[in-house]
Ligand binder design. Structure first.
Ligand code: ZN
Length: 244
């Protein structure tokens, strides 16, 4: 008997209570402004200075939201602190799981992070805040201070592949866990979404917490439609005493 390995797989819905809009959702930025998709498409970004200028302004706008972890992020970090082995696999780039107290090494960010900037030439990484300070000070498209290359957010853009190491890590925990909780994700973006199926195939208890239906609902042991901010803390509290 021991504590089960719990994987929390989180999507955009996890962070809406933190004030971060779901950019791809029905009211999302990408639908309101069709040209906005270019700002996060690698090819356009690399080719066009104007796209980069607008992209940095968008990053500044998101950073200004100053999003804080919500009750759901805090509940996940608390479960980990209570001694239950927890791994987070997230589609979000906001870093809120770590801000809530999840150790960095236990979080796999499938789509990268908006808290860092990476040089597309020398791959040097630096904090997002430093680059945004340069934008605010009048550099519309700041170049890498190390090599002069084009800088971009540490997020995975359209047209870029996921980091194979991060994906392999996520696959391994999906295969090895006893409980897989998919939170606030429509489970439609591949290959990330198929992790739920992999977990279920390998015998994990699959729990889905999402307002809308997902393609994996029929596979799930439990589907919860309640708002994430109340549902997840309750669910994780219940898991604290589970032994396998
Ligand atoms: Zn560089």
């Amino acid at each position: 008997m021991g504590k089960p390995l719990v994987v929390v797989f989180s999507g955009a819905g996890m962070s809406t209570d933190s004030g971060i809009p779901d950019y791809r959702g029905p009211q999302g930025l990408w639908r309101r402004e069709p040209g906005a998709e270019k700002l996060v498409t690698y090819e356009y970004y690399m080719e066009d200075r104007e796209v980069r200028r607008r992209s940095w302004l968008m990053r500044a706008e998101i950073a200004a939201l100053d999003a804080r972890p919500n009750a759901a992020h805090v509940a996940v970090a608390e479960l980990e602190r209570s001694g239950t082995p927890v791994r987070v696999v997230t589609q979000n780039v906001d870093g809120l799981h770590q801000l809530a107290g999840m150790p960095e090494r236990k979080v796999s960010e499938l789509h990268g992070t908006a808290r860092a900037v990476v040089c597309t030439r020398c791959l040097v990484r630096s904090p997002m805040a430093e680059t945004l300070d340069r934008v605010a000070a009048g550099e519309p498209d700041p170049a890498c201070l190390n090599c002069g290359g084009i800088l971009k957010a540490g997020t995975v853009m359209f047209g870029e592949r996921l980091d194979p190491e991060v994906l392999a890590q996520a696959m391994a925990v999906a295969k090895g866990c006893e409980v897989f909780i998919a939170v606030g994700s429509t489970l439609q973006v591949q290959p990330a979404a198929s992790l739920a199926g992999i977990a279920a195939e390998h015998g994990a208890r699959l729990i889905i917490v999402n307002a809308e239906e997902t393609p994996y609902d029929p596979l799930a042991d439990e589907v919860i439609r309640e708002p994430i901010g109340t549902a997840l803390p309750k669910l994780l509290d219940r898991l604290q005493d589970v032994q396998v």
